[in-house]
Design a protein around this ligand. Structure first.
Ligand code: BGP
Length: 479
């Protein structure tokens, strides 16, 4: 089948709020996740009005990379990572979001982190906003439902581009900009956009308005970035979950296609620079009144992305007549027509493990967009056990990653997909986003910290550490 490209970016992925800690250090202001309590298996996280003494907010300390960044980056270097995808905490740079001047101490923190990465030969891949909007913008302005927040984001982006233009080439504007299409989970609109849907409002309409502002903010930031450094590679980032039809029943096939459009809307605009007809028709049909300003069409056209980053964890399956003909299938995921796929097993958190779905995704996205792709999240959340001698055996994680790497290699070497790199999620154990737990671990480096925030914070290598190091050393040949 040939070889993987020699400059393929094998790496790891993280997000500031899930691993940095130091939530109120260095001048940082609170962000939308700083008011989210810990959840648990099957229990959702709560968004509190104020930060309450008797509640536990796992992101406040996370794994304290803020103090340990040198040691942690040294471990990433030892693993041989070619790149690290992480994000810049927006509220470290603009603590409230609407200040005139950025916070110098926040900027210096990322200078140090980026320099340390470069010292170890690790290319930084930076997400500007990974669920980290300053809380003040959400509470006082209503987040991205307010057009003013577009300007605040663009200013933040510009400050980062200017400051780090010689250290960073790969940028992404918003993490999983499309996950809020699922309006049934209020966490997505809150963390993505700083938006809370009020009583009597249509959640979908509110989501599209906030989403429009984010698409405008992303396009303006991209154009600004290109002006500052024409060598920048500007990307978007979406969550991709392929949705399969349950059977060859044409109704199932059409239904799966309609659900897929919900995934495709944001990347369609990011890549093409205009709204697809199926969404304009939906606005008309549902009577949504989405405000566009003069010049918005041009802004979108001038701010398209160079590459598409995406997360891939699982697939879903839908059945058109699930209600009439429920033969005992378990409804799975947030989709009303979701059913269990008899060919696919799931993780302990119910996430369907489907490596072929990754090859399918790569082909579908590449056929649709014809621009380079970047898998910026993929991984296996599981419970790990530390043995008496400090070793951690994680064969299931290795198996998950191995099968997904095999799938991506087929997509590259057999199908000819243009893929920039692969950054497995949570390369070091971090706080889980959806549940706020520590026990759902993705890392190849274990961190001694539990769900209640106890533990020494000591780092240990799991078996997957050496395994992945070999994968990188052999450019994906030895799996
Ligand atoms: C994605 C997010 C990440 C992340 C990951 C895994 O949706 O971009 O921030 O955490 O999912 O999810 P979880 O941590 O809930 O297992």
């Amino acid at each position: 089948m040939g070889n993987m490209p020699k400059d393929f970016l094998w790496g790891g992925a993280l997000a500031a709020h899930q691993f940095e800690g130091g939530w109120n250090q260095g001048g940082k202001g609170p962000s939308v996740v700083d008011v989210m309590t810990a959840g648990a298996h099957g229990v959702s996280r709560e968004i509190t009005e104020t930060i309450e003494e008797d509640k536990f907010y796992p992101n406040h300390e996370a794994i304290d990379f803020y103090s340990n960044y040198k040691e942690d980056i040294a471990l990433f270097g030892e693993m041989g990572l070619k790149c690290l995808r992480t994000s810049i905490g927006w509220s470290r740079i603009f603590p409230k979001g609407d200040e005139e001047e950025p916070c110098e101490e926040g900027l210096q923190f990322y200078d140090k982190v980026l320099d340390e990465l470069l010292k170890h030969g690790i290319e930084p891949v930076i997400t500007l906003s990974h669920f980290e909007m300053p809380l003040h913008l959400a509470r006082e302005y209503g987040g991205f439902r307010n057009r003013k927040v577009v300007d605040f984001f663009v200013k933040f982006a510009e400050v980062c581009f200017e400051r780090y233009k010689d250290k960073v080439t790969y940028w992404m504007t918003f993490n999983e900009i499309n996950n809020k299409m699922d309006v049934s989970n209020p966490l997505f609109l809150w963390t993505n956009s700083g938006v809370v849907v009020k009583e009597g409002e249509n959640a979908k309409e509110v989501m599209y308005q906030a989403g429009h502002h984010e698409l405008i903010a992303s396009a303006l930031a991209i154009a600004k970035g290109k002006e500052i450094n024409p060598n920048f590679k500007m990307g978007g980032m979406v969550s991709h979950v392929p949705i399969y039809p349950y059977s060859s029943n044409p109704e199932d096939i059409m239904l799966a296609e309609e659900y897929m459009r919900q995934r495709f809307f944001f990347p369609d605009v990011h890549v093409r620079g205009y709204y697809p007809n199926y969404v304009l028709k939906e606005f008309e049909r549902e009577g949504y009144n989405i405000k566009f300003e003069d010049g918005d069409e041009e802004i979108l056209r001038n701010g398209t992305i160079d590459y598409l980053g995406f997360s891939y964890y699982m697939s879903t399956t839908v059945k058109s007549d699930v209600e009439k003909d429920n033969t005992g299938d378990i409804v799975n995921g947030a989709l009303p027509n979701g059913v269990e796929n008899p060919y696919i097993k799931a993780s302990d958190w119910g996430w369907a493990i489907d490596p072929t779905g990754l090859r399918y995704t790569l082909n579908r996205l590449y056929d649709r967009y014809q621009i380079p792709l970047f898998i910026v999240e993929n991984g296996f959340g599981a419970i790990d056990t530390v043995e008496e001698d400090g070793s951690i055996h994680d064969p299931e994680r290795i198996e998950y990653l191995k099968s997904h790497i095999e799938a991506l290699e087929k997509a590259v070497m057999y199908d000819g997909v243009d893929l920039i790199g692969y950054t497995p999620w949570g390369i070091i154990d971090i706080v889980s986003f959806t549940t706020g737990e520590m026990k759902k671990r993705y890392g190849m480096i274990y961190v001694d910290r539990d769900n209640e925030g106890r533990g020494s914070m000591k780092r240990y290598k799991k078996d997957s550490f050496d395994w992945y190091k070999k994968v990188i050393q052999t450019n994906g040949e030895e799996l």
